[in-house]
Design a binder for this molecule. Structure first.
Ligand code: NAP
Length: 326
């Protein structure tokens, strides 16, 4: 009897150019919707799935893995993988891959847009114009804060952080950063200066968060950290929502303890329309669109598919997260 081709399950519609190579080596099943696949459907599909191409919206945990006896690889279409229980995969010898690098520049663009947007009150201004409340031009109306020549503090100066620092050079900004270790390349090539976290918080005009989410960084920014920031400073979170304590941030913005915040990511996601953060003019929120350009999403899908194709043909996937299982 002919052997069944392995089944690959893809949890969202993706560009056909990215998926085409997988069709030749496997039976491809794709969740054909813009909405996230339900947990129930995912569990049903995973009963006979060998390779899963997942999004950040899917929680890959012990319970799910227990019900996926044939699963050998999870290709997460994101650089962050806080939606995945990595040790649970590793215990089962299942490979996890992510999509580092291909989204760096696009996410850095959005991060910079958030800085400019909150400093120059873009969201607030646009809301006023649409509401028929165009403010009469006068020297003291709708004043914002300069981004050029300001001090930028990057918490998590990795790939995306360095791309933000490179953009900051064009704005003549001073860039300080805090990582657990030093990013020597960014220090030498981009003139970034390592500082401890307290110095970063107290000296920055813009605190930009770009660390991965994990136990160490969960609510890394909460009341004590917000209190250390200047009242004129802005917080930008383009990493993951739970890195910032949302209640503490709301209080700080409401009380003008800091000048403003711009968020690509929130806790929870989606942010309900009645969330108190959305009542504040000094808070700019966009719906997790850091990597959302046509070209970059195609590159991410392609890299995720390449990881699966390589693994199924017995080669090393290009971007493994837990290479020890290979
Ligand atoms: P990366 O190259 O791994 O950079 C992460 C940096 O964070 C590293 O330099 C690391 O340096 C530092 N770091 C890690 N833990 C830390 C801690 N506890 N305290 C201080 N610094 C810490 O990752 P990347 O590609 O730049 O991506 C960063 C994150 O951005 C991803 O994990 C993802 O969650 C998020 N992201 C969001 C979007 C979006 O749509 N908004 C898009 C892409 C990525 P050390 O190891 O020396 O500490």
């Amino acid at each position: 009897m002919a052997q069944q081709p392995p089944k690959i399950y893809v949890t969202r519609q993706l560009p056909e150019a990215a998926l085409a190579p997988l069709r030749t080596c496997a039976a491809l099943s794709v969740w054909e919707s813009e909405q996230a696949v339900s947990r129930e459907t995912l569990l049903h599909e995973l009963r006979d799935t060998v390779a899963l191409l997942s999004m950040v919206t899917e929680r890959i945990d012990d319970d799910l893995l227990d019900r996926a006896p044939q699963l050998r690889i999870v290709a997460n279409m994101a650089v962050g993988y806080d939606n995945v229980d990595v040790p649970a995969l590793t215990r089962r010898n299942i490979v996890l891959t992510n999509t580092p690098g291909v989204l760096t520049e696009t996410t850095a663009d959005l991060t910079f847009a958030l800085m400019l947007g909150i400093a120059r009150r873009i969201g607030e201004g646009e809301r006023r114009v649409r509401a028929g409340q165009w403010p009469v031009w006068s020297p003291f109306v709708f004043l914002g804060t300069d981004v050029h020549h300001a001090t930028l503090g990057i918490v998590g100066l990795g790939r995306i952080g360095a791309a933000v620092a490179r953009r900051a050079q064009g704005f003549d900004m001073r860039v300080i950063y805090h990582n657990r270790g030093h990013n020597r390349e960014a220090e030498e090539q981009l003139g970034c200066t390592w500082v401890d976290m307290d110095t970063l918080l107290s000296e920055s005009d813009f605190v930009v968060v770009l660390v991965p989410l994990g136990p160490e960084t969960h609510q890394l920014i909460s009341t004590p950290q917000l209190k250390k920031m200047k009242p004129t400073a802005f917080l930008v979170n383009a990493a993951r929502g739970p890195i910032v304590d949302a209640r503490a941030l709301h209080a700080a913005l409401r009380d003008k303890a800091i000048a403003g915040a711009a968020l690509d990511v929130t806790d929870p996601e989606p942010l309900p329309a009645d969330d108190p953060l959305l009542t504040l003019d000094n808070c700019l929120v966009v719906p997790h669109v850091g990597s959302a350009s046509i070209a970059t999403r195609t590159c991410m899908a392609t890299l995720a598919a390449e990881n699966i194709a390589a693994f199924l043909s017995g080669q090393r996937p290009p971007t493994p997260v837990n290479p020890e299982v290979l």
